[in-house]
Design a protein around this ligand. Sequence first.
Ligand code: FE
Length: 197
Amino acid sequence: MSPEQIGMKHMQRISTITLAAAIFLVGCQRSTGQPPNTNMTMDTKAGMDTMSQYDHSNNPYYSHTDTTKLNVPLSEWKKLLPEDLYYIAFEKGTERAFTGKYWEFDGIGTYACAVCGNVLFQADSKFASSCGWPSFFQPERKDAIIYHEDRTFGMVRTETMCGRCGAHLGHVFEDGPKPTGLRYCINSVSLEFIGKK
Ligand code: FE
């Protein structure tokens, strides 16, 4: 084999390796270029049409239609509710911003109190907020939510609670969009989404 032929062979090998590397890189780009977790998001959204966030089979008070005010002792709620829900609902806890399941969820349907099932908001009153919690500009009806002045942490805020069971939901602020100008900032844990079928 002449030196020219050896050189040609070498160049061909380099070209083949370069082409293979290019195909590999394009392949990598394609796989990461897809929207992340596309299937998972779609499945999750579809699943929310039928799945409950919590198991309510042991909760005799849970209803989307009964608006009778409840007066259930905390000791009973503690037995009935999951730990994270009890903590937020009755110890006035707050989930970490940008971690809840609904803060950037935009399904069409209704949001109910996760403790008692009281319908609190319609999805068409939810808006994209940068605060990291699900935000709504209007409750389902006037008595769906009750209000309480909250002076904790050196601030004066308006706490929002479920109008039926008294569970802590979050707070309401006066920096929301039209038509109400209100921002109901609610913990995802306190909510249960019921999708429209
Ligand atoms: Fe409730």
